[in-house]
Design a protein around this ligand. Structure first.
Ligand SMILES: [Zn+2]
Ligand SMILES: [Zn+2]
Length: 361
């Protein structure tokens, strides 16, 4: 029997979100219905509402979630009812040319549920990142459910489903940060602070947070930044060189998605250093860089997509580190809110007042 639950819907571009009844079909083959316990409010949800991702309105928002699998469809082996899971937005296929070469973390054919969730009048909903978790329940592909230790608080665990994983993975998976490395992170919001936490976990000895907002720089310190630079007051490239014997950092992580800060990251790395882009640029942006520097400095210019994570490998491991007190996921939770408070949370996020507002269901 299909179920009707409440969900947060973006009906039209730029309009405030509303709460509406959402019809959740029973899970079909390869699908699961998950009872959501908590879901973080991410910039991507706001981008959907503003029409910045596509125009397939209405959207069922929410995608950084933890919950319990309620039911599964025929043939599902990945998860079972009662599993406590983080939802991921990249259910790997196991068969594409990347998976078949042993690189499932960059699967080229990830998938979502095949059935659709609708409003009660039959209007088809587009779930954000194939999840749609600002709702009491949602329908996903079974492979989007990653089982974790049930002792982890859902408010903290859900954040690993998107932004926090993107940041930690940008440092550890993409940037390959290792013990003794120097690291600079441009942009100290949720993703940037997660990159700082990841660099600290990996044993980086110098971790420099760069932002134009002193409040964000204080956050960066709580996640492990050894130094902070307010780039409104000085040239961050010079400041980073001054902190690294004139050399620059081994890994420079850009967590904003702007040409100006990317260029700063590019210029603040040491010889053979790595630049990691995890901030999402606007489609219209272009960048100009000195070509000879690209060659002459060696190293690598990389992009990090979802932190190059493999959910089945990374989520349970990071939850274990969280439960051991080695990864402060709770520190990303600025406030817990109700399902009716998402619009207000967008405003706070735009003002830079919160790292994450988390909807508790
Ligand atoms: Zn694949
Ligand atoms: Zn997100």
């Amino acid at each position: 029997m299909p179920q009707t639950v409440q969900g947060v819907i973006a009906m039209a571009q730029g309009e405030p979100v509303t709460i509406a009844d959402v019809v959740i079909p029973d899970p079909g083959p390869g699908e699961a219905v998950v009872a959501i316990q908590a879901c973080g409010v991410c910039h991507t949800d706001l981008h959907y509402r503003e029409g910045g991702i596509n125009d397939e309105f209405p959207f069922l928002l929410g995608h950084e979630a933890a919950g319990v699998v309620e039911s599964v469809g025929a043939g599902v082996t990945e998860t079972a009812p009662g599993d406590y899971v983080i939802l991921n937005w990249r259910a790997v296929c196991g068969q594409c040319r990347s998976c078949s070469r042993g690189r499932p973390q960059i699967c080229f054919d990830t998938h979502n549920a095949s059935q659709q969730m609708t409003l009660t009048d039959g209007t088809v909903l587009s779930p954000a990142l194939g999840i749609g978790a600002f709702a009491e329940k949602t329908l996903v592909a079974a492979g989007q459910c990653t089982k974790i230790n049930p002792s982890a608080a859902p408010t903290a665990a859900g954040l690993l489903g998107c932004g926090v994983m993107a940041g930690i993975g940008a440092a550890i998976n993409t940037g390959g940060v290792s013990r003794g490395d120097s690291v600079a992170v441009f942009g100290c919001g949720g993703v940037g602070d997660a990159a700082i936490a990841g660099a600290a976990l990996a044993g980086a000895s110098i971790i420099i947070g760069v932002d134009i907002d002193d409040r964000k720089l204080r956050w960066a310190e709580t996640f492990g930044a050894t130094h902070t630079i307010n780039s409104a007051d000085c040239d961050p490239v010079e400041a980073i060189k001054a902190l690294t014997n004139g050399n620059g950092v081994d890994v420079a992580i850009e967590a904003i998605g702007l040409p100006e800060t990317y260029r700063q990251a590019f210029e603040s790395r040491d010889l053979a250093g790595t630049v990691v882009l995890v901030g999402v640029p606007h489609p219209d942006m272009t960048i100009e860089l000195p070509f000879i520097e690209m060659f002459g400095r060696g190293g690598a210019l990389k992009s990090s997509w979802y932190g190059d994570c493999l959910p089945s490998r990374d989520f349970p491991m990071l939850i274990d580190l969280y439960l051991q007190g080695r990864l402060d996921l709770d520190g990303f939770v600025s406030e817990t809110i109700g399902i009716g408070d998402v619009e207000e949370a967008f405003t706070k996020m735009q003002r830079g007042e919160v790292l994450r507002s988390v909807v508790v269901l």
